[in-house]
Design a protein around this ligand. Sequence first.
Ligand SMILES: Nc1ncnc2c1ncn2[C@@H]1O[C@H](COP(=O)(O)OP(=O)(O)OP(=O)(O)O)[C@@H](O)[C@H]1O
Length: 298
Amino acid sequence: MYNKAMLIYNGSAGSNDIKASLAEAVEGLESYINELTLMKTLKKGDAETFCLERASQFDLIIIMGGDGTVHECVNGLIKLKESPPIFILPTGTCNDFARSLNIPLKIDAACEAFEETKMIQSDIGTVNSRAFSNFFGVGLITKASEGTNADLKQSIGKFSYFVSALQSMQQAAPFSYTLKTKEGIENDEAVMILAMNGHSLGTTSLYHEKSSLTDGLLDIYLIREAGLSLLKNLFNKVTSPTFPDEMEGIDYIQTSSFELEIKRKEEVDIDGEIYLETPAIVRIDQKTLPFLSFPIYQ
Ligand SMILES: Nc1ncnc2c1ncn2[C@@H]1O[C@H](COP(=O)(O)OP(=O)(O)OP(=O)(O)O)[C@@H](O)[C@H]1O
């Protein structure tokens, strides 16, 4: 039982959707919470401010939104001396971090199963001065995020991401990079570099058997070439439950920190939004924020 909870919700989603989602959330969580405060975001940045300024007055934070909203909340909560437990009710398009916590993607189902949640102290990444929960990416991924047309996203949801990714693949030119890790310095070329804390990207599972939200390590995917072989590999992989160790055109390493320099400046995608440019100094801090998760994979 939680005494005081703050539910932050993305006020820019369709108004009918918001009312229906709120009704389901309030009804579904009513028996677990004494006092519930609803906080509606009116603009970008509000969720971060709510968490920074108000979260310490509550003993549960409920985030009703997608990865962008979760990202903002994480950036507010990480600055607190201690964060209250965090529960995500996924109402975004991709909901990749919620998927990594195994949260049911329907609000009524997530609330119904609330009693089965298990608290995990999740690792949280930082790139330059920005925190991230799910992933850091440069290259192709930034073209996919930029290219995801808002109307298309509204109407066909997650598939717009893949349509966009497919379009971007035609244009993907490799970039030269220098990657410094504790293990050494690598100079090479890639079309995309991903550093994952979670294990879902654009709704696609990148679950590697070594992936964990609590191991203090990032899963780094160095994707050497775009085009058909990458697609073939990704689609083959979707049919297997875990990410294979050997994949043509993709290298996989794990590390707790790295520095990435790219000859031409590249935009950096963090949790699905472009926030900054390279060079990037990236690290992961182990067991940093308390998330309510459902117990598979952890
Ligand atoms: N009232 C608002 N007006 C404009 N933008 C907002 C408002 N509230 C939140 N946002 C922004 O909307 C962005 C996207 O929201 P959110 O992540 O909840 O949905 P999504 O993009 O569909 O989800 P996903 O990232 O899982 O695909 C967030 O980055 C947030 O900053």
